[in-house]
Design a protein around this ligand. Structure first.
Ligand code: ASP
Length: 440
């Protein structure tokens, strides 16, 4: 039988009602044998996630304040889930020992990880699945980097004969047995790690949206959900600010060819978005898969006559950025000009040094800095075969009354990057979406 790993995010496990939905999802398909929970998330708009409550307790202790009240707020979250679900489980002993460890200063990561740890215990009991502490199966090396080899070996062995297990997300252990967490949202990474370790056929990621959207809903009204997206397309869109899944969650499964399915716990009949390693023959995509963009870039233009004949010119320009620790995003160039697009916040920290170094290293005729650039990435594996996509994109920008300041297209034809003034950003995004994707 096929095997699925199902990760549930914080909003899917925020209270007993959400737990019930999770149980009905898990039990509706026997392939769902391994479940990875986040800590309870927000129940409503103004609510606080348990992970944030835990960080808060840690900070209060660092300031020498009492955590009695704040900690009992956390205990109550779990108590009410347990009693509303009618479980006989008691976490009272855990609460006492966790609070003692807090006071004994067991560390910030330890503090944050307890949200998932406790939720894993509750969910395991509710599903009738065994609880496997992530500290025993997810490992980090001395330098804090995730230890793939040891994790896959130990976890694979531990789960090999398990009929059903809950493995809390977000954390693992260091060689000295202390707890370490991934970065925020890191339960997604644990989900992918478990999928890889058990050789799953699918890694499900249950959240509170119908899937990965074709554009940012804060800019485009009701954008369409992407049915199928490749890992490479997802990388391009996430890099430009589209978020649903933790960026690092891709790596464990990509190498093993395991797809990820983003699903909605509150709307389980929706098929969600399938993230696949390679384009699939049975899924002929539209010309574009998605649009994403970010503000906050600057362009450094360097001009010098006969630049094209000067061997090593580009290397020297890039060295000026590299030696100041600033990485570049794009590099459009002309015959006698070279432009370097970089993130404004990084550039500003080292601006004087970079400009001095450019002048010293390349002796240019003119250097200028243009601020306030926004980048829009139009991404799609279908662009290679669809004629006229670029035409549509640029006429949309033109018809929106927006001036294009920069264009960059990778030779893979997976994306077209367009630079526009920040003030034109939303207008250009709307124009492109309407013309290329169409209204709903
Ligand atoms: N609970 C952690 C956080 O809030 C990890 C996660 O939810 O994935 O970041």
């Amino acid at each position: 039988m096929e095997l699925f790993v199902s990760k549930f995010g914080g909003s899917s496990l925020a209270d007993a009602e959400q737990f019930k939905k999770v149980k009905s999802i898990v039990t509706s398909d026997p392939r769902r044998r391994f479940v990875v929970p986040s800590a309870p998330g927000k129940r409503s708009k103004g609510d606080v996630k348990v992970t944030d409550m835990l960080y808060n307790c840690y900070d209060m202790l660092s300031r020498g304040e009492s955590i009695d009240e704040a900690f009992s707020g956390i205990e109550d979250r779990y108590r009410s889930i347990i009693s509303d679900l009618g479980l006989s489980l008691s976490l009272e002993e855990d609460f006492v020992s966790i609070k003692n460890c807090f006071i004994a200063r067991a560390g910030r990561d330890y503090a944050a990880s307890r949200g998932e740890y406790l939720n894993g215990k509750v969910l395991g009991e509710y599903l009738g699945f065994e609880f496997v502490d992530a500290a025993e199966v997810v490992f980090f090396r001395e330098d804090g980097v995730f230890d793939e080899e040891r994790t896959y070996r130990v976890m694979g062995e531990r789960l090999k004969n398990s009929e059903g297990a809950v493995i809390p997300g977000f954390y693992g252990s260091m060689p000295n047995d202390t707890i370490r967490t991934f970065s925020r949202g890191g339960s997604d990474i644990t989900g992918s790690i478990v999928a890889r370790a058990v050789g799953a056929d699918l890694c499900e990621n249950w959240t509170d949206v119908d899937g990965f959207l074709m554009a940012d809903p804060r800019i485009i009204d009701d954008p369409k959900v992407i049915d199928v997206i490749t890992y490479r397309e997802l990388r391009e869109l996430s890099y430009m600010g589209a978020t649903v899944l933790h960026e690092d969650a891709i790596f464990p499964v990509r190498g093993a060819g395991i797809p990820i399915n983003i699903r909605n716990t509150n709307h389980p009949t929706a098929r969600g978005t399938m993230i696949v390693p390679f384009p699939q023959a049975d899924n002929v995509p539209g010309a574009i898969t998605g649009i994403a963009g970010k503000k906050g870039f600057v362009v450094v233009n360097i001009e010098k006559g006969m630049m094209n004949q000067e061997l090593g010119f580009g290397r020297k320009v890039l060295w000026a950025f590299e030696k100041n620790g600033v990485s570049f995003e794009h590099l459009p160039s002309g015959i006698d000009t070279m432009s370097v697009v970089v993130e404004e916040k990084h550039f500003d920290e080292r601006k004087e040094r970079i400009l001095d170094d450019i002048c010293e290293l390349t002796n240019p005729e003119h250097v200028s800095v243009e601020r306030g650039l926004a980048l829009i990435a139009v991404v799609g594996r279908g662009m290679v075969s669809a004629k006229g996509t670029a035409n549509k994109i640029f006429s949309a920008v033109y018809e929106s009354g927006v001036n294009v300041k920069m264009i960059d297209q990778g030779s893979s034809e997976l994306n077209i990057i367009i630079g526009v003034a920040e003030d034109d950003f939303e207008r250009a995004m709307k124009g492109i979406y309407e013309k290329v994707v169409g209204k709903r």
